[in-house]
Design a protein around this ligand. Sequence first.
Ligand code: AMP
Ligand code: ZN
Length: 482
Amino acid sequence: MLKLYNTLTRKKERFKPISDKKVGMYACGITAYYSSHVGNMRKYTMDDVIKRVLLHDGYTVEHVENVTDVGHLAGDANTTDDKMRVSAEKQHKTMKEVADYYFGIFSKESGLLNIIPPGKFVFASEHIDEMLALIKRLDEKGYLYRLNTGMYFDTSKFKEYGRLTGSTFKKLNAQLKAGARVERVEGIRNLTDFAVWRFAEGEDMIWDSPWGRGFPGWHIECSTMSMKYLGEHFDIHTAGVDHIAIHSSNEIAQSESATGQKFVNYWVHHEFLIIDGRKMSKSLGNIYTVQHVIDKGYSPLALRLFYISGHYRQVLNFTFDALKSVENTLNGIYAFMERMSDIKNAAVNADSPEFRKRIGAERRAFFKSLDDDVNTPEALSRMHALISEANRRASSGKLNRSEARTVVKAMLELDDVLGLDLAKSTGRKAALERGVQNLIDEREIARVAKDFKKADQIRTMLKEKHHIVLEDTPEGVRWHKE
Ligand code: AMP
Ligand code: ZN
């Protein structure tokens, strides 16, 4: 019975899907003008974990994620430039070229993090007609007004504006007024108002509209595409906490004003990843991508486990020391899986009921933790308890083959949600042994043929790549891991 924290109500709520076993989930995705950093990737990884929990609970999940390739303004004041356009101009490329390039990197890195791809990636620039239709609906209902810079949404007309922040239209506007750094758009009626369509000239990602040439606002994209694919009322919408006050709030205002019904049932907002206790920023030079992490010699799945070690609603502090320790833990888990797959003691071939019970209890506790607002740190501690239980029995020589199989089966089920690719290491040892034996045979053939160069090359390669040391003994070649 899954409970999710809902930003809308500020409570953990029992999750009830709109239609029986099918869940619609829209995830705010990348703005494709730069390489997503490890902070962004935390959000997508934890979306993936939430989705895997739902899948494990027996739901099918219709996961739609956007790619913003136009319309994301650099500032909130609606007076600044489109981040995509600025990036394209700097690189002397079209906006589409820039978007395709960064989307390519994002897809590759998501794969390395073992993120199940969303059922649909939706590009903003491919949904302009639908956006214009939604803007028209809002215009006809009297929610919009025209300024020199574009068509604006009058937030005073949406009664519940700001509900997601736990505040009100009045309070939010008063706060903005008091804030020192507010750039006021000329003619704007309320400081919380925002553009649904921006007027602009040019060719690249500029379209005709009934109101004038231009491009869509960022918020209208997510309203349009989520409702197109998931319906006007759907289950889950995810974003980062930075989006609560503006992006998500504006999506609600537009969607609910247009349709007259509730937009989303559960709003999930992810906390930020910080680095060495500080915010990631260009000026501090502490922005890392998944590729940087790989270049420093860490496995992307160690990064995945690092993300999972924190709760998605807590700030997580990234350090390379912490990642190193998580990588050791992950290797320990892989070694455990190998060890369990390799239990040869077949003397007793039935599980001891007591042992089976304890493994079952840890397994259940693992999924119970996840059902409690996806409490991954707690779930991981249950997995470690399961591992300790099995290790204790193995060390005392009591663990038999059937019990080891029970353990492997349970671990693989936990991995349906964790996504650490544990299945690989169950066959890893056998595969490694086969691979090494083939190379040793090849080296022997080279030695007999007096091709010592090749024989040495194979020995060096085995050592450097696989950390395997060969020993020539009178009984033949032996090998061991370093
Ligand atoms: P953006 O491209 O800036 O819209 O960011 C894409 C997603 O990553 C959004 O959902 C953000 O909330 C999220 N995000 C941005 N920075 C971080 C961070 N440091 N840690 C976690 N999530 C982040
Ligand atoms: Zn969005």
